[in-house]
Write a protein that binds this ligand. Structure first.
Ligand SMILES: Nc1ncnc2c1ncn2[C@@H]1O[C@H](COP(=O)(O)OP(=O)(O)O)[C@@H](O)[C@H]1O
Ligand SMILES: [Mg+2]
Length: 1074
């Protein structure tokens, strides 16, 4: 019941051929066929995956499928290529074992597809991150680039790998990819120049021509039409379902991702174009008179273009193609070539350039994906090598390809069949041997270093003298006459077998996968793989860096006479390295089977599959697997791995590892038939037991992990809790301390405050008390003093004299007055008359005295001043005094006149002879002489007059004639009227009795009115002892001969020379003053 649920049994047929019952070739085939019909293309034999090419896309490679198989044990799901990829990857990551995945099968069986699926699965599960993704991308993208240059359409496979590829992917300890290394094996370079009908040249040529832009093709001097190129098939080249142009874009992108620079891509394409164009260099023969044949280039166009592309002179290449330098006895001889030789050389050049370019490409990719770090790496190798090939006409290439497959089969046999059985014997396990075909004999037939086919071929190539393929064949016939896996016409003849399929130039080898007849022609030449030195030297001369670097042997300085190793030798060496590499790793097998020869989906050709099943040795594989044990492991690692499943062995087992494993397994419910104890290893028969063990381990590990987790979490929580508790205590201690300090400070402050208040209050009380006491004591002292004084006065009054107090007062007064005078004496004011200052009285009772003293001092000062005055100055001051008496506070003009000194003589009578008459008239008694203006009594206009005052007269004279006009006796002057304002207008009132008076009063205007009137007053006073009758008024009456006229003084704003008189009617005149 339980078994039925297994995915291996639950599907169509059985998922694992080990379970086929009864086991026979038919049942095995039937099972495969049944499954294939139901699109179950994968079947196991133990841990070997058999894959039958479905030739149709199946929906089993989705990301969901990846997730399903990820971390799921090998037999837990339906057989799948992902399961083996996952098993290998996990074993690499978790058990630290380098892995290799060997994919074998015929051409077109699905090896390349399988390798891609393995790579994509590993890429999907092996960690993420920017850097990891970049590495993954580089590794994955190397595939399309290599396929473009190394794959081609063949009859069997539209995308057949024409080279062997082994890729080591390197991982770090976490299982993340770091990079990788790609090795390539034997590119089928003959395809560059030739391929059979129905096949194609390498993809890249078609991709370049289809997908290259017009510009690119122009630069590379290419034409888009494939039919124009001799090396490409001249018939239809397109592949159904393949877009060469799109693939070209894809490989360009891929190269960018890998890290090719634009210049590198360009150089790569240029060299590719050169190869293509070489096929178009036409060589034709020419016969010379001597009968010698030589070749020449008919149309130099292609040659020219090639030379332009690679930077080489045309002649150099032309010479190299058409002639050959031969060294004979240290002399160089140039030989012309026949056209056949020329074409051969040209094709050899094309093949060599292409194969070297391919090697360069692989190296360049390796440069990008190689791992720089020195850390320890784990390696997973994926081998996708060309499958076994049996054609109608098989040549050297098939020979080496099949040799390689033979070696791989040997690995498989060694590791799965022989090694396993030998191990049982070694380990002392009971065992019935299973028969199987061991192909070591075939391998050594080919590779044995002395006497193997390859060695003999080399020998033939190096042998001096004429070498031919047939002589090589003859040697083989001789050498392997009795070898059971070698056959030829000669050996057959010897055995009297007639077989028309085997011609004279062929030999046949019975490979593990079938008999293959090889045509010996071309073996020697292909093994030699020689390129004429002229050609390699010509290539080295090119300026094209990449092309140049492909032909280092062309450098004349490095030219060595040693022959390069033969192709066969190189291939053998690289296969040997590969084998060494594979033996060092844990193998995982994917065996691909081709169901039909026509690439058709759903067609299962029994005979074809049967043949493959046979030569793959699948039946033996199943037998060994069924009889044997699925799993073995040394005791120590086994104990280490499962010791947790048993109490005795966990955590430490003290005894030997074997005993430990025995105790461990006997404690588990494992049937004893499932186990066998070898000398150093434990053997487990069925995978189921192993899975059971693994499952138990998984559960136990998760329990232990949970336990460790729990313990760790507990520990972590505890330490965290303890830490938190400690911190909490610390924090609360600090907090409490802080709070307590704070409260204490507050209390302390309050206490101090209260204390201060109380002390203050007490002190104030005390102070008040003390003050009270002080006042009381003072009061009592005063009272007692008064009282004592009163009593004393009362007692002594009768003894005092009555005037004592007045005497005392007098004394004090005297002292004070004395002091006052003494101080006054020191502080007397200066003797300047205008200075009225006087020190203030120090005591109030001295105020009156002080005022009196001030007056006296001033008068005395004036007196002293007057005594010092000169007589003239004195007279002048008297005049001024007189003027002040007359005008002060009466007429505004007075104030202006105060600072002007009275000159008396303004006309300069004595100096001017013109005025002599006037001088005589004055008669030496002149008091004043001045210019005045006389107001016309009729119209109020003024005329200038000279005014002279003598001690007796007033003389008015005309200024021009300077003759007295009016002479007026002083006694006739009755009075003078002036205005209150600052004008110089005055009226000279005359007595009516006088002779002049009949004419009436004079109205005059003087600029020195104050002086004039003052002098007149003084003169009158002197002569008549009577002063001048002066009126200061706004209105006055004048007597003119025509009657009296009232004069009205009017104050105006207008400013002018003097007062303006306006006559208003006959009796009124207005004087406008200001
Ligand atoms: N797993 C598969 N699913 C669908 N088609 C496949 C598968 N494997 C192979 N094929 C088809 O078979 C063809 C040949 O496969 P390929 O891997 O190139 O063969 P080989 O490398 O063995 O010569 C592929 O082009 C593809 O069309
Ligand atoms: Mg392939």
């Amino acid at each position: 019941m339980e078994a039925k649920q297994s995915p291996l049994l639950d599907t169509v047929g059985v998922g694992d051929l080990v379970l086929v019952d009864p086991l026979s070739e038919e049942s095995l085939l039937e099972n495969l066929k049944e499954r294939f019909k139901h699109k179950e293309i994968y079947t196991y034999i133990g841990n070997v995956v058999i894959s039958v090419n479905p030739y149709q896309p199946l929906p089993i490679y989705s990301p969901q499928a990846v997730e399903e198989y990820r971390n799921c044990s090998f037999y837990a799901l339906k057989p799948h290529i992902y399961a083996i990829a996952d098993d290998a990857y996990r074993s690499l990551r978790d058990r630290d074992r380098d892995q290799c995945i060997l994919i074998t099968g015929e051409s077109g069986a699905g090896k390349t597809e399988a390798s891609k699926q393995v790579m994509s699965y590993v890429a999907a599960v092996c960690g993420k991150g920017e850097q990891v993704n970049q590495v993954k991308e580089q590794l994955l993208q190397s595939n399309p680039v290599l396929e473009a240059f190394g794959n081609a359409k063949t009859i069997r496979n539209d995308n057949s790998s024409r080279f062997g590829k082994y890729m080591d992917v390197e991982f770090d300890f976490k299982g993340e990819p770091l990079g990788g290394v790609i090795s390539n094996y034997l590119l089928e370079k003959s395809r560059v120049v030739r391929h059979i009908k129905g096949e194609r040249n390498f993809h890249i040529f078609y991709q370049l021509l289809d997908g290259g832009s017009d510009q690119l093709l122009k630069d590379l001097k290419l034409e888009r039409d494939c039919r124009r190129y001799g090396y490409l098939s001249r018939d239809d080249h397109s592949l159904p379902g393949v877009d060469d142009a799109a693939n070209f874009r894809a490989i360009q992108d891929a190269m960018r991702v890998i890290g090719f620079s634009a210049a590198e891509v360009r150089a790569l394409l240029e060299v590719t174009a050169v190869v293509l164009k070489l096929g178009n260099v036409p060589l034709s023969s020419q016969f010379h008179a001597s009968g010698m044949e030589s070749c020449e280039i008919q149309d130099p166009r292609a040659l020219r273009e090639i030379c332009q592309l690679i930077g080489l002179e045309e002649v150099v290449l032309e010479q190299a193609l058409c002639s050959r330098t031969v060294e004979a006895k240290k002399e160089k001889v140039v030989m012309t070539l026949s056209s056949a030789q020329g074409s051969y050389g040209r094709d050899a050049l094309a093949k060599n350039i292409y194969s070297r370019l391919f090697d360069w490409l692989v190296n360049r990719i390796n440069q990008s994906i190689k791992v720089d770090s020195n850390e320890r790496r784990k390696v997973m190798g994926v081998l996708d090598i060309y499958g076994f090939e049996i054609f109608q006409d098989n040549s050297f290439e098939q020979f080496v390809i099949n040799y390689c497959n033979e070696k791989l089969q040997q690995v498989f046999i060694l590791m799965t069949l022989r090694e396993e059985q030998e191990e049982y014997v070694r380990e002392g396990i009971q065992w019935t041997p299973v028969k199987f075909f061991d192909n070591s004999i075939i391998c050594s037939l080919i590779e044995q270093s002395n006497g193997g086919i390859l060695a003999m071929l080399d020998e033939e190539c190096l042998r001096p003298g004429t070498v031919s393929d047939l002589s090589f064949l003859a040697k083989l016939n001789q050498m392997f006459a009795a070898h059971e896996h070698y056959e030829s016409r000669t050996t057959q003849n010897n055995k009297r077998i007639s077989d028309p399929s085997l011609t004279d130039s062929c030999f046949r080898i019975h490979h593990y996968a079938g008999k293959v007849t090889y045509n010996v022609s071309g073996f020697v030449e292909k093994n030699n793989d020689l390129l004429f030195r002229d050609l390699s030297q010509a290539m080295w001369k090119a300026r094209h860096e990449l092309l140049r670097s492909l032909f280092p042997e062309g450098d004349p300085q490095k030219a060595s006479l040693r022959r390069p190793p033969t192709a066969g030798f190189q291939f053998k060496a690289s296969v040997a390295t590969l084998m060494k590499n594979l033996y060092a790793k844990n193998p995982n097998y994917i065996r691909c089977i081709k169901p039909n020869d026509s690439k058709q989906a759903g067609v299962f050709t029994d005979a074809l599959v049967q043949m493959q099943v046979r030569y793959l040795g699948l039946l033996e594989n199943v037998r060994v697997r069924r009889a044997g044990y699925a799993y073995r492991q040394a005791y120590q690692p086994c104990l280490e791995r499962y010791k947790m499943l048993c109490k005795q062995t966990w955590p430490h087992w003290k005894g030997s590892a074997r005993d430990g494993v025995q105790v461990l397994l006997s404690n588990l419910p494992v049937p004893p038939t499932e186990l066998a104890y070898g000398r150093t290893k434990i053997f487990i028969r069925t995978p189921r037991t192993l899975f059971d063990l693994e499952e138990r381990r998984r559960q136990r590990v998760s329990e232990l992990a949970a336990l460790i987790q729990a313990l760790y979490r507990g520990w972590k929580c505890r330490t965290r809790y303890l830490l938190m508790r400690k911190s909490q205590i610390l924090i609360s201690a600090w907090f409490r301390g802080h709070a307590q300090r704070h409260r204490y400070q507050q209390t302390r402050m309050s206490v101090i405050l209260i204390q201060a208040y109380i002390r203050g209050w007490k002190s104030r009380m005390l102070l008040r008390e003390l003050k009270h006491q002080q006042r009381r004591s003072r009061a009592s002292a005063i009272i007692s003093a008064h009282w004592k004084g009163y009593r004393t006065r009362k007692e002594y009054r009768k003894y005092f004299r009555s005037g004592a107090s007045a005497m005392l007062a007098n004394f004090i007064y005297r002292r004070l007055v004395q002091k006052f005078f003494l101080r006054l004496q020191k502080n007397l004011p200066p003797m300047v008359v205008t200075d009225r200052s006087w020190p203030a009285a120090p005591y109030k009772f001295l105020a009156n005295t002080n005022e009196e003293l001030k007056k006296i001092f001033y008068l005395w000062k004036c007196k002293k001043y007057r005594e010092r005055l000169m007589p003239e100055r004195k007279a002048l001051l008297q005049d001024k005094l007189c003027a002040s008496e007359l005008f002060k506070d009466k007429k505004t003009l007075y104030a202006q006149s105060v600072p002007q000194p009275f000159q008396g003589e303004y006309l300069g009578l004595q100096k001017n002879p013109k005025y002599r008459a006037l001088q005589t008239a004055a008669g030496g008694k002149l008091v004043l002489a001045d210019n005045v203006r006389k107001v016309n009594r009729a119209n109020g206009k003024t005329v200038p007059r000279l005014f002279l005052l003598t001690k007796e007269h007033i003389i008015l004279a005309d200024p021009k004639a300077a003759q007295p006009k009016t002479v007026l006796s002083l006694s006739n002057v009755q009075s003078v009227s002036v205005t209150r304002f600052s004008d110089g207008f005055f009226v000279l009132h005359l007595r009516e009795s006088s002779a002049v008076g009949t004419k009436g009063d004079f109205l005059l205007v003087s600029d020195h009115l104050i002086e004039l009137v003052t002098k007149l007053h003084q003169t009158l006073l002197e002569t008549t002892a009577e002063g001048l009758d002066l009126h200061v008024a706004d209105k006055f009456c004048t007597q003119f001969n025509k009657g009296s006229v009232a004069i009205q003084v009017v104050e105006t704003e207008k400013k002018g020379a003097g007062p303006i008189c306006k006559k208003k009617g006959s009796h009124r005149m207005e004087v406008l003053v200001h």
